[in-house]
Design a protein around this ligand. Structure first.
Ligand code: F6P
Length: 341
């Protein structure tokens, strides 16, 4: 068999571990050949490929990013996108595809599978917001990077008696904020699932200073104030119609300083959370996903995604993968509120 591999959407630590596992087992155990598609769906859409064999994947396990490149190209928004992909796959002699991506990349994979393309999906996102899997690789690394930053911010906050606000990624899910805020000992955590009350946030800050410590506020980029309480700017949309988030940290910095009188500074962690080497947990999960994905392709299975359920890797229908966004349940958020203030 000749198998195409691509990585789409925002990159995340662990992508190379998946590619390595797919190619290693696929070549050495099953005797398949591989084609690397460059830059997400742009690769099969425009027939942009690179050689992909065991040699090309040596040494990439600890490397961040993706050797294949990535993009947010959406072939479903391009005229004849699906049929162009089908004819490019046929000319390259590609029998099946492994698509490694989040909600958007796997949404395209779902449409291709419905059109008869043989495709298996592997979930990835630092946001951990895919409903069909307990965890995605990349999340653990992003949380660890945020926790390292919060640990450092505590000491400088204390020295200057400042409020330090840390804006983290996660899109419309608060998982990165919740986990990094809890592990980093934040005094307030704000997530998109629970619109915040700025008066309550300021009350937590006053309370923290009253105990002679400086507060750290962890805010998810998608967090929102309660309706009508604060102005927010709306960002532009990407090819999949997602709004570009970011900026809530700065809004909070100004608002908190104006309301409490305490000097406030924001830190936006941004793409640092997606860069660099994956944690051991993410390397293991990504490798296991890769091994199970190549098994599925080898067995001739299509239209499925590998997923983590408890400690087992299972197969779920691709359509299920993208049908539900996994957000933070309110009771999980309420569990940590005891540490606020
Ligand atoms: O989905 C992953 C993610 O990093 C989100 O947390 C963030 O909102 C978005 O991607 C950023 O996208 P871009 O890399 O296009 O700026």
């Amino acid at each position: 068999m000749r198998i195409g591999v691509l990585t789409g959407g925002g990159d995340c630590p662990g992508l190379n571990a998946v590619i390595r596992a797919v190619v290693r087992k696929g070549s050495e155990v099953y005797g398949h050949d591989f084609v690397g598609f460059r830059d997400g769906w742009k690769g099969p859409l425009e027939s942009v490929t690179m050689p992909l064999d065991v040699g090309a994947t040596r040494g990439i396990l600890p490397r961040g990013g993706t050797i294949l490149g990535s993009s947010r190209t959406n072939p479903l928004k391009v005229d004849d996108g699906v049929s162009r992909i089908q004819s490019n796959l046929a000319s390259l002699g590609v029998d099946a595809l492994i698509a490694i991506g989040g909600e958007d990349t796997l949404g395209v994979a779902t449409a291709l599978a419905a059109a008869g393309v043989s495709v298996v999906g592997v979930p990835k996102t630092i946001d951990n917001d895919l409903g069909a899997t307990d965890y995605t690789f990349g999340f653990d690394t992003a949380v660890q990077i945020a926790v390292d930053a919060i640990d450092r911010l505590h000491t400088t906050a204390e020295s200057h008696h400042r409020v330090l606000i840390v804006e983290v990624m996660g899109r419309h899910a608060g998982w990165i904020a919740l986990h990094s805020g809890l592990a980093g000992g934040a005094n307030v955590i704000l997530i998109p699932e629970r619109p915040f009350d700025i008066d309550q946030v300021c009350a937590y800050i006053e309370h923290r200073f009253a105990s002679h410590y400086s507060p750290i506020v962890v805010v998810a980029e998608g967090a929102q104030p309660k309706e009508g309480t604060m102005e927010l700017q709306v960002g532009e949309l990407d090819a999949f119609g997602h709004v570009r988030l970011g900026g809530i940290g700065l809004v909070l910095e100004r608002e908190i300083q104006a309301r409490t009188g305490y000097e406030s500074r924001q830190t936006v962690l941004g793409h640092v959370q997606r860069g660099g080497t994956p944690t051991a947990y993410d390397r293991v999960l990504a490798t296991r996903f890769g091994l199970h994905a190549i098994d599925a392709v080898h067995e001739g299975v299509s239209g499925v995604m590998v997923a983590l359920r408890g400690t087992e890797v299972v197969r779920v229908p691709l359509s299920e993968a993208t049908s539900e966004l996994k957000t933070v349940p309110l009771e999980r958020y309420e569990e940590v509120e005891v540490f606020f203030g």
